[in-house]
Design a protein around this ligand. Sequence first.
Ligand SMILES: Cc1cc2nc3c(=O)[nH]c(=O)nc-3n(C[C@H](O)[C@H](O)[C@H](O)COP(=O)(O)OP(=O)(O)OC[C@H]3O[C@@H](n4cnc5c(N)ncnc54)[C@H](O)[C@@H]3O)c2cc1C
Length: 1005
Amino acid sequence: MPANTHLPTASRLPAPCRDEAAVLQGLLAGLRRDGPFDWHAVIRMAEPWVAAVRAKPAPFWAMESLLREYPISSAEGLALMRLAEALLRVPDAATAIALTADQLGRADFSQGAVEGSQHTLLAGISASALGLAKRMLRTGGEKPGLIDRLGAQTVVAATVRAIGLLGRQFVLGQTIASALGEAHAQRRAAPQLRFSFDMLGEGARTDADALRYHGAYVAALQAIAASTRGANPAERDGLSIKLSALHPRYEEHQLDRVHAELLPRVTTLIDLAAAADINLTIDAEESDRLELSLTVFEALADHVAATAPGWSGFGLAIQSYQTRARAMIDAVAAIGRARGLRFMVRLVKGAYWDGEIKRAQELGLDGYPVFTHKHHTDISYLACAQALIGHAEVILPQFATHNAGTIAAILQMAASRPGVRFEMQRLHGMGEAVYREVLAAHPALPLRIYAPVGEHRDLLAYLVRRLLENGANSSFVHQLADPSVAPDDLLRSPLQPAQVPGQPAPVALYGPGRANSRGLDLAVPEQRTPLLAALATSTVPAVAEATVDACDAAMARLQAGFETWSARPLAERAAAIARAGDRLQDALPHFCALLVKEAGKTWGDAVAEVREAVDFCRYYVQQALEKLQPVDLPGPTGERNTLRLHGRGVFVCISPWNFPLAIFAGQVVAALVTGNSVAAKPAEQTPGVATAFVDLLHAAGVPADALALLHGPGETVGARLVAHPAVAGVCFTGSTQVAKAIQRSLAAGDGPIVPLIAETGGLNAMVVDSSALPEQVVDAVVQSAFRSAGQRCSALRLLCLHSGIADTVATMLQGALAGLRVGDAADLATDVGPVIDAEAHAGLSRHVQRLEREARLLGRAPMAAAFAASHIAPVAFEVGAVEDLKQEVFGPVLHVLRWDGDVGDLVARINRLGYGLTLGVQTRIDSRAQQIADQARVGNVYVNRNMVGAVVGVQPFGGDGLSGTGPKAGGPHYLYRFCAEQTLTVNTAAAGGNAALLAGTPAQA
Ligand SMILES: Cc1cc2nc3c(=O)[nH]c(=O)nc-3n(C[C@H](O)[C@H](O)[C@H](O)COP(=O)(O)OP(=O)(O)OC[C@H]3O[C@@H](n4cnc5c(N)ncnc54)[C@H](O)[C@@H]3O)c2cc1C
């Protein structure tokens, strides 16, 4: 029985992806209940602030000024951001020089600066850097001389200093002690200032990271407790924490571990904060953690109620850009009321908007969990502010914004509720000028500054987020800094909802010609329910093996069937396949359950696979309708030339077990829609799901004599089909050896020359240089090497780490492996399910045993003894050379190699392995990524992301060399290979001469 029982079966909040217009109507109705909102009064209040800020701009290093000087839409702004993100962490001089040259070489800081600017620091650095960069990068293979190298190092050192200087403006201190000192100094000038300190760093990828962050939080709380003054948490400094920093698997599906491991860590922080009576706020993170954060918050509230009921300093941040923000506020207030507690709630707009939009599009969700118009986020902010003020007896509202209009609106709102307590908040390094004016007008207004603390190296991800967020054209801070934006526009009322969504729905991502497949958000209980229900009710169909005689009979039937199927109009064939795609979409839970049961897929992989199959149906239909139409060709007058495409005959489609639905479906529907009849042979291990899909195709209108499924061993059934005289084409996905056997069999036949489309394996590498971000690398590696138990053709087999960061990444990888869950595929908490069968298990076990003897073990995922016979625990070994990899090892076994020196040499060695499927590249040096992609002889190159999960029509998939023949599946050239071509030339002048020509019309026909 899978352990899904620990997961909630119903959401406490409304669905995240509801109709935006409807959500907005509700929010506006709520706002109107307190009477009409007087936006003119808001403008009257905020206009003088805006004028004053523009008259007396913020200092150069404030975010506002920086964005004005170097907008992120400019080459300079982008270069600055890239350098800021990466340069300080690069450990070796050669990479630092290459990165600096690459980025500064793309920008011109002396020209890019705003006219009349006095800010010449970067201009000066970059002018000399550019000259040096050009000399460093000279062509013709000349190596730079010593002087050049020394010069380049000076440029890098100066750039590092400039970036460090930039960073310093956004951290209050490198240690909590220095930050507290700075906070006290600022308070001397402005006594109403409070601070919420934030200990910088990326989210934890390992338990060791999480414990380190926990230690930093503890130390910070102790230091704040010892130094802060004030009567209560509202008057004292406090701490902001991220739950993702305290546990590497702060995820919905890991709820049991969140309870068992994360909660005790947060509890110790709560105890410290409560004892010192200071504010502890949980930052808001991605929307798929919202429900989880509410569960955690409630559990912690229980603890507070039991141990420190009088403490009013516990709080959390809520993002108004989320469609569920308003409901979240009521839920938090209810938790407080039920326990007699008071909380502090920080209302922010939200920092991850771009990421939320991308995730929803990638998952094919029903809509977006965030608003898609900036001013809708603002409306939501006001509605949430009103709600927070309404809950004032249990919540102290903390309004975090730099937007003058929003600040004025909050002050108006609060003025209508005399006596209500609240505070404003801003980020350190931002909004200083606006609040200078606000505080001049409202000297008693409490203001809390969110103050990052940490080394400059740790600041960078935070800084880049801020640059991105505020560099957006829609951002208030950005517009405030842009003098061409009139105050009227800057302070325009947001209260007019837009009529159309700001983003195409995820389903409309590919335009009107093709609907994107719909996915499920497994973080939402209601979306999991149909899957779990299907698991309980679905049965994998039993499929009888075909005899060799049955194969012959089927081929004969299909040969006859081809005549009628290929004679059907293209539109009819396409309609049948389109219908099948739609029905498969509707039956997604059932097919997911089959994949989990028959192929040991995890739920996430199963949903992705069914979606891929749906996409194949729709994409090939679209392609067929577009590409298979007759084409008129130019030629001499008096004749008509037409190129026509039609099916070849009986196609034999042989697919593997690792994508028993998606690859099977892709091959079969491509062959069918082009007019072929199909003998489909699924993998021996997975005939059930293939049968279910064939039944679906038949029910959708594909005749039985145009498509037959023949199940059985490759050696007998597969071999017989391929060798049959009626075969007109073979489409195969599987091992290189079998592809070659098929090729030989086809070559041995006496009949027509039969085309073979083969997609085979790969020895896929990922090249990581020392400018890469280790956390991002480890995320990509775990997904690429271990997801699907490494049983993907595209999976990562050889991780090549630059020696400058190899130890760091290897340690993090070891920790990430330790956090993986190996187990029952049907359990939503499982990351890695079984390998396909006993034979695969035995082969992988032997390989692991050999590596245990010959290589250095870097890390291994834990695995319960109960799974030892069916699963292989994900494992990583360090090997000595690229050439140590002899053949594809199809499982969760990663080989890791250190490299140094010229990356071109490394890529050449990878090329010499002879495979050419996928390659991952992790670098911040854009020109290097390009160089590697140009040099690599592979079909799919992925830069700074994982290297699996190719999407139909987006990343057409397939390689060359030992990896296959092409054309790429899911790509625009695929269907042609299933077709025969014919030109039809008609002499239109045959009867009586060329009437059109004589009539004076230059006509083709
Ligand atoms: C004290 C403090 C603490 C913070 N803590 C957190 C936190 O815990 N979690 C967190 O996520 N953020 C946090 N933030 C960051 C905060 O989300 C941003 O600073 C904030 O969004 C900027 O809002 P603004 O009112 O200053 O700017 P504005 O420019 O008025 O608003 C920007 C907002 O609009 C959103 N937006 C932009 N385009 C669109 C669009 N097309 N459709 C819908 N929305 C859009 C942006 O994503 C952003 O949320 C914190 C900020 C402060 C000041």
